[in-house]
Design a protein around this ligand. Structure first.
Ligand SMILES: Nc1ncnc2c1ncn2[C@@H]1O[C@H](COP(=O)(O)OP(=O)(O)OP(=O)(O)O)[C@@H](O)[C@H]1O
Length: 729
């Protein structure tokens, strides 16, 4: 009895406290309660108010009068409703963000009884956050599949990749233990900047990493503490016309999702007031290229002002717009962005040997297949190196899976492992979708037959790819596709995938190759197999990759620090990897080992001529390239040459030709005693290419491979030429 009356007194005091609280802080509440609708929604739902009460309040013209009337009514109805009123303000956190300091000041402690009455947040900001989370969760649940017929759950396949932290001088600062550390202070070299840059080669998993981040946020992963998450692909900023204009609000909502029932623009106002609650991801900065002149566009813009979308991107990244928001930007290696806009920098290095094993076990569910693949990988370090790039690994595993399901005793090691082999295999798998699976099973695998019957399709895709690469275009519309007589069913073989229209209507009338490297492969295929392409023309993309000394940029006032500084004199944004890959595949397709296959697709005479043209070009350019490498004398190590990243591309091309003759010629041209290949962005599979050339050297030579991405597999691939190496670093 005594305790009951004690409780009653306590409750009464609490109620009285709330009543008094409302009286004492009336003016503060009148000013700071902005979202009266949310208060009314809860009071009506819980039965403290009837709908007429709410209607009476909403008849008042101003917000402050509505709050005054609400307080009056609440206080007239007794103590419990006063308590619940305060509780609504506390629980609907985002709706009453301005009251947070007040709650701290009064050290708010709700009673158990009041906590049992639910509060729903009908505030547009909170509802929008929920909507964003829901949509991002749906968008990122599955890995964007290259084989459109199937979808893989991200959670079932995601495997951590190596993330190396580097400082402003690109020196290694160690590896991240997990994605959680991305936003930590570890590795920050510029406290004033807000953009975290993730660099990586094609297919190392930059987009998937962002997808994982988005997915974690949608599941309320505590390490990503932001309320809003907006994702963009940088490529979309190039599809606008020079005269197109957008406001920041349009950019955010049109390309992510719109707030519902927000007549007063509360969501956007919130974003402007609390930019630190926003995270942006911009994928593929290297894909930005543009033909138009920015000199007429002003450099700075305001959140209200409409301007070219590209300007919005630049201003966001440099922190001039929505200062305080977090940004994660990805780009291919070699894309240069000045440190002054970067907070920290990471390099994505693909799968470590342990991750590769883990990915293998995730990919192959059955224990016998797992063991088989792991053993075959173990036996072939070059294959392992290719597989350390997740994209190539995925293609190789998918092809293996396909051939194993169709033919008896298919071995992964049957695959000669050049990148061209991998892409030929992928094309074979896609083309085989045209054949009835039961017919496939009955026959023996015959790659040349599959290609012969699919020749017209390959030529058509080749033309499409070629037209695109020539103009640095990666998106194709329906008309371009139909003009090349690519039929509907061929669109679904897997080479192309539909993408959103970026006109805001989500109209999937445009397509892209499933990966830009596949577009390069098809371009090379077109150069080789299309009889409309003359012999000399096959070399045209080599010219795009030559190192030009002139550093000359078009007039461009916009934040020069964000302008990728590339050593060629055309479009400053142009990344030339799609040309490099085209040349690489050209070398692969014109190699001796592919003659027997290609003779089914192109006249032997033409093929021979194209092979000769390429060989003579390679011989000449190898000689002049080696002659022009920067060299210097060292007291102990003799004459040193410094290879540039372009030198690595050249070695890759030579390896792809598999021509001992060109390999020997290159070795002969290396007159130096020491080759320095530091910071050349070489990865472990490149060691096969280095070995391919260096094992021909007559004399011993020093080799410095510091600051690249070489793991144990790379070292194994170098072993055959160890006897030719005086020093290896
Ligand atoms: N962490 C990962 N776990 C599992 N699979 C991955 C991972 N990262 C990448 N992949 C596989 O590799 C493919 C290519 O990855 P992704 O598109 O992210 O590469 P990228 O670095 O963005 O390439 P690009 O620079 O060419 O756009 C993915 O579709 C997926 O199949």
């Amino acid at each position: 009895m005594g305790t009951e009356s004690g409780c009653a007194v306590e409750k009464q005091t609490q109620c009285m406290q709330s009543f008094r609280l409302l009286t004492e802080h009336r003016e503060l509440l009148v000013v700071r309660i902005k979202n009266i609708q949310c208060v009314l929604d809860n009071l009506v739902r819980s039965g403290f108010f009837c709908t007429e009460d709410a209607e009476i309040i909403l008849r008042f013209a101003t917000k402050t009068d509505q709050v005054r009337k609400t307080l009056e009514l609440v206080q007239s109805k007794g103590e419990e409703i006063c308590q619940y009123f305060v509780h609504i303000l506390h629980e609907a956190y985002d709706a009453f963000i301005d009251l947070r300091p007040w709650f701290e000041e009064i050290q708010y402690q709700p009673s158990e009884q009041i906590q049992s009455i639910p509060v729903i947040n009908t505030d547009p900001v909170s509802k929008y956050c929920e909507k964003l989370r829901r949509e991002l969760g749906q968008d990122t649940k599955f890995i964007i599949s290259y084989a459109q017929s199937e979808e893989t759950l991200l959670d079932k396949m995601y495997t951590d990749t190596l993330m190396e932290l580097v400082n402003d001088r690109n020196e290694s600062q160690g590896y991240l233990d997990s994605l959680d550390e991305l936003f930590s202070n570890n590795g920050v070299f510029n406290q004033d900047a807000e953009t975290i840059l993730i660099l990586g080669d094609a297919g190392t998993g930059k987009s998937i990493l962002l997808q994982k981040l988005q997915n974690l946020w949608s599941k309320r992963e505590p390490s990503i503490q932001v309320k809003f998450f907006f994702k963009f692909r940088c490529r979309m900023f190039c599809v606008f016309k020079e005269t197109d204009e957008l406001s920041l609000k349009d950019l955010l909502f049109k390309y992510n999702c719109y707030p519902d029932n927000d007549p007063e623009d509360a969501v956007f106002k919130y974003i402007q007031r609390f930019p630190e609650t926003v995270l942006f991801t911009f994928d593929g900065y290297d894909e930005i290229h543009s033909d138009f002149d920015f000199s007429s566009i002003p450099e700075v813009c305001s959140p209200e002002q409409k301007t070219h979308p590209f300007l919005l991107l630049m201003n966001l990244l440099s922190g001039k717009l929505l200062k305080g928001s977090k940004k994660v930007l990805t780009a291919r290696m070699g894309t240069e962005i000045q440190n002054k806009v970067l907070r920290k920098k990471l390099i994505l290095k693909g799968f470590s040997p342990e991750s590769l094993r883990r990915y293998t076990t995730l990919h192959f569910k059955e224990r016998t297949s797992q063991t088989l693949v792991l053993n075959q990988l173990e036996a072939n370090p070059h294959l392992c190196s290719l597989c350390s790039i997740p994209l190539f690994c995925w293609i190789i595993f998918k092809c293996f899976e396909h051939f194993q399901s169709v033919y008896v005793n298919y071995q992964l090691t049957d695959l000669n492992v050049t990148i061209t082999d991998v892409f030929l295999l992928m094309s074979e798998v896609f083309l085989s979708r045209l054949t009835n699976p039961s017919l496939l099973k009955k026959s023996n695998r015959c790659q040349s037959e599959t290609f012969k019957s699919g020749r017209d399709i390959l030529i058509a895709f080749g033309k499409l790819a070629h037209q695109g690469i020539e103009k640095t275009r990666f998106i194709f519309n329906q008309e371009e596709i139909t003009s090349l007589s690519i039929a509907e069913k061929e669109l679904h073989l897997g080479f192309l995938r539909p993408i959103g229209h970026y006109d805001g209507c989500g109209n999937p009338t445009t397509f892209e190759f499933v990966h830009v490297t596949l577009q390069s492969f098809f371009t090379a295929f077109s150069l080789v197999a299309d009889e409309d392409v003359g012999c000399k023309d096959i070399l045209k993309f080599f010219a795009e990759c030559e190192y030009r000394k002139a550093r000359h940029f078009p007039k461009f006032p916009v934040m020069s620090c964000l302008r990728p500084s590339k050593p060629w004199d055309k479009d400053p944004f142009k990344n030339n990897e799609h040309f490099q890959f085209t040349n690489l595949f050209l070398c692969g397709l014109l190699s001796r080992t592919k003659v027997s296959l290609l003779e089914h697709l192109v006249s032997p005479k033409m093929l021979k001529k194209k092979r000769e043209v390429l060989k003579s070009y390679l011989s000449d350019s190898v000689k002049s390239h080696l002659k022009n490498l920067p060299r210097f004398k060292s007291e102990h190590e003799g004459c040193k040459v410094h290879g540039m990243p372009n030198f690595i591309w050249m070695l890759r091309c030579i390896f792809e030709t598999q021509s001992e003759e060109v390999g020997k010629l290159t070795a002969k041209g290396i007159s130096a005693d020491y080759i320095k290949l530091t910071y050349c962005n070489a990865y472990s599979a490149d060691c096969s290419a280095i070995n391919f050339v260096l094992h021909h050297c007559r004399k011993q030579i020093g080799l410095d491979l510091d600051n690249n991405n070489i793991n144990d597999y790379g070292v194994k691939q170098l072993q055959p030429c160890f006897s030719k190496l005086s020093v290896v670093r």
